[in-house]
Design a protein around this ligand. Structure first.
Ligand SMILES: Nc1ncnc2c1ncn2[C@@H]1O[C@H](COP(=O)(O)OP(=O)(O)OP(=O)(O)O)[C@@H](O)[C@H]1O
Ligand SMILES: O=C(O)[C@H](O)COP(=O)(O)O
Length: 400
């Protein structure tokens, strides 16, 4: 873990413009933030800086708007959620660089909090373009990165800026790294990983490394469909990235060679529509109807997951086993989460989970508090697990 400066190393910041990278990529349902965990996690950093009289300027991304403005990915509605968690006025600037940002910052008084519009509305963000990073740097005197969950991205606001301004780790960044090191630095074996969710293309590559590190890997959620299809199982209209079949096959081979048990669903809950109350049925995995989609793993699959949870000393979980936001497709995720929480409470399991929707799913199951540690990070958490260096963390290194 690199040696970085923290807020403890920052003194006399009254009146300073502190640019804080936070992760506000939060779950939203019907236009409302449905889980505020990520906001709650960055609140201490924001409150500490604001109470010391800094002008706190928040930078964040939301969704994947492909480098241009997209009203559906605006952070403006999220500003209200931040305001309500902080119980403090949060101003909003309609762009993260240029005149809109400069004008909003010029109006700030000490202790004020301002949220800048989605950094991904500019191509330069994801390209880590030095010119774009420079434009962002013009907004501040000091840079604080509190977005551990976005630290696996070498973007301008997560990496580039650390080279342009005095850089510090925020309280959440610090806490996440310390907790992960403590909980998973040398995990008790056998280690079971559970990976599900919908971000198949961004997570599939890292499974290749993960199977070399863990004793067993449960693949659920949308992720499982790509593996099922790759081995020739019909997945009907399910979320599935058929073009990743080759990678999925290689992962299955790598798992076998590394002695990692790979556990795929043996049954599934299928429906013709992706909506609450849609008619659903549980079928054997080889009998998914061509006009249906898999929206959860079935009860037999959950039994297998629970058996592996009984065997494991450590579980690392990212991504729900099904579309947990819609009943009854939350059943498998809830059942396995409760089982993991129960084993943890008995002192038989170290349970570490990460991911925006994963945290929401554990809250939905009512067991987030019972897990050993819940990280706000998904992809970053998995890459950390793989042993990869995270660019956002590396850039904070004091040696720079
Ligand atoms: N079988 C499925 N079909 C379609 N969507 C699914 C399925 N299983 C899970 N999902 C969806 O996956 C989404 C969560 O996946 P995601 O990969 O974003 O997890 P995450 O915990 O947020 O991780 P990260 O922090 O990396 O984003 C949920 O919205 C859920 O509905
Ligand atoms: O939700 C996340 O995991 C982080 O905010 C990173 O988002 P990204 O996968 O769109 O880069």
């Amino acid at each position: 873990m690199p040696d970085f400066r923290t807020l403890d190393d920052l003194d006399d910041i009254a009146g300073k413009r502190v640019l804080v990278r936070v992760d506000l990529n939060v779950p939203v349902k019907d236009g409302k933030v449905s889980d505020t965990t990520r906001i709650e996690r960055v609140a201490p950093t924001i409150q500490e800086l604001s109470s010391k009289g800094a002008k706190v300027i928040l930078m964040a991304h939301f969704g994947r708007p492909k480098g241009k403005p997209d009203p559906a990915a605006s952070l403006e509605p999220i500003a209200y959620a931040v305001e309500s968690v902080l119980d403090h006025r949060v101003h909003f600037a309609k762009d993260c660089i240029g005149a809109p940002a400069a004008e909003a910052i010029a109006e700030m008084t000490n202790g004020d909090i301002l949220l800048l519009e989605n950094t991904r509305f500019h191509e330069g963000e994801e390209k880590n373009d030095p010119e774009f990073a420079k434009a962002l740097a013009e907004n501040g005197d000091i840079y604080v990165n509190d977005a551990f969950s976005a630290a696996h991205r070498a973007h301008a606001s997560t990496e580039g800026l650390a080279h342009l301004l005095p850089a510090y780790a925020g309280r959440t960044m610090q806490a996440e790294l310390e907790a992960l090191e403590k909980g998973l630095g040398k995990p008790a074996k056998p280690v079971l990983a559970i990976v599900g969710g919908a971000k198949v293309s961004t997570k599939i590559d890292l499974l290749m490394n993960l199977v070399k590190k863990v004793d067993a890997l449960v693949i659920g959620g949308g992720m499982a469909n790509t593996f099922l299809a790759a081995r020739g199982t019909e997945v009907g209209k399910s979320l599935c990235e058929h073009d990743l079949a080759k990678t999925a096959k290689q992962i299955m081979i790598e798992a076998a060679e590394s002695g990692c048990a790979l556990i795929l669903p043996v049954d599934a809950v299928v429906a013709r529509e992706f909506k609450a109350g849609a008619e659903s049925e549980t079928v054997e995995i080889e009998s998914v109807p061509a006009d249906a989609m898999i929206l959860d793993v079935g009860a037999k699959s959950v039994e297998k997951v629970n058996e592996w949870l009984d065997r494991a000393d450590t579980v690392v979980w990212n991504g729900p086993l099904g579309a947990f936001e819609i009943e009854p497709f939350d059943a498998a995720t809830v059942a396995a989460a409760k089982h993991a929480a129960h084993r943890t409470a008995e002192g038989l399991l170290v349970s570490v989970a990460g991911g925006g929707d994963t945290v929401a799913a554990l809250n939905h199951a009512g067991v987030a508090e019972e897990f050993s540690y819940v990280s706000t990070a998904g992809g970053a958490f998995l890459e950390w697990m793989e042993g990869k260096k995270l660019p956002g963390v590396e850039a904070l290194s004091k040696t720079r």
